[in-house]
Ligand binder design. Structure first.
Ligand code: SF4
Length: 330
């Protein structure tokens, strides 16, 4: 598809807005294939790099240190004003789609809190995606938690995350056990927390991804604490990922999948095999399931839901050259 045609797929005002702003941008599914069912959203990424250093993520691999973005607050303010002038407040703003908003740097810098407050004050709905929900229980974050326009997704890949058996799933963020404790608390405070089981990783060579049993046990635990929606997708592999991942997975992905716009994607059968244990566990536990960019493998199954949040536009985002990528699991 040529870029002119791609751009025609979105409203011109969205495209123009995207060209003129950088702190708040359209969230692209570029590289996720033509079938991506994702709704149009904006994204605000307050930090450069990510301290959690998940082994399968490209966000940190060329940046040893996390940092703030010079001029970020001014640019965000300008972007929000411009979005309001164009009446774009109906679109959800995802904080943060590319790097975790609640890395440890947030304690000193507060860029995520600043962004969330500004965007909520402007009348947007905010979708927060994090591996570290504990910040939300701190005093200064409790006010945003009370806002009905804030929606929260927490990513957990496996109950083994943060344990010696975690292998490729381990990172420098909180363990699965700690996240489940916090989610349970947030749910008891009346918040509807969705969990992202992402990425689901195949086991091959030195790489040990989640087993069927791992995934089923995780869903069971989430059901016990009252989680009502789970979103899951498989790992895509690209050139920006750490060497260890490329060395161990590129050949497997080449042999068992295809290259779609810069990302190796596993074939439908393998993706279905990896995600089906989550789907059936969700069914058994009355949890709704979203297959995210892998929804195509569940084609024809009626109880697969999209990841839209209440009141969000159903307009779908398609590929746009100028926009940003999302990280594998945030
Ligand atoms: S997957 Fe998310 S939390 Fe992990 S390193 Fe990448 S941006 Fe950070």
């Amino acid at each position: 598809m040529n870029s002119k045609k791609k751009i025609d797929l979105l409203d011109e005002k969205l495209v123009n807005f995207n060209k003129n702003n950088w702190a708040i941008k359209l969230h692209s599914t570029e590289g996720w294939g033509e079938q991506a069912p994702c709704p149009v959203r904006f994204t605000v990424n307050p930090y450069l790099g990510c301290e959690f250093k998940c082994p399968y993520c490209y966000v940190w691999s060329d940046k040893e240190k996390t940092g703030i973005k010079p001029g970020f607050r001014e640019s965000l303010k300008k972007g929000i004003e411009s979005a309001k002038k164009l009446n774009l407040e109906d679109y959800v703003v995802e904080v943060s789609a590319s790097t975790d908003p609640f890395q440890y740097i947030e304690k000193d810098k507060g860029e995520a809190l600043y962004s969330i407050q500004r965007v909520l004050d402007a009348g947007f709905k905010v979708l927060l995606v994090t591996k570290n929900p504990s910040f939300l229980l701190e005093k200064k974050y409790l006010t945003i938690l009370q806002n009905k326009n804030i929606f929260i997704d927490v990513t957990i890949t496996s109950l083994k995350e943060g344990t010696p058996k975690g292998s490729i799933l381990n990172n420098k963020g909180p363990s699965a056990k700690e996240k489940i404790r916090i989610i349970s608390k947030l749910i008891s405070m009346g918040k509807d927390i969705r969990v992202k089981i992402e990425p689901v990783i195949p086991t091959t060579g030195d790489i040990i991804g989640q087993s069927k049993k791992d995934l089923e046990e995780l869903v069971e635990e989430l059901a016990k604490i009252g989680v009502k929606r789970i979103i899951a997708k498989t790992l895509r592999v690209n050139a920006w990922m750490p060497e260890y991942i490329k060395k161990n997975l590129v050949t497997f992905y080449k042999d068992n999948g295809q290259l779609i716009e810069g990302n190796y994607v596993l074939n439908k059968d393998l993706r279905k095999k990896l995600l089906t244990p989550i789907y059936f566990s969700c069914k058994r536990n009355n949890i709704t399931f979203c297959g995210c960019v892998d929804a195509d493998v569940f084609e024809g199954i009626k109880d697969i839901v999209p990841c839209t949040i209440s009141g969000e536009t159903l307009k779908k985002i398609r590929t746009l050259n100028e926009t940003m990528h999302g990280c594998p699991s945030c």
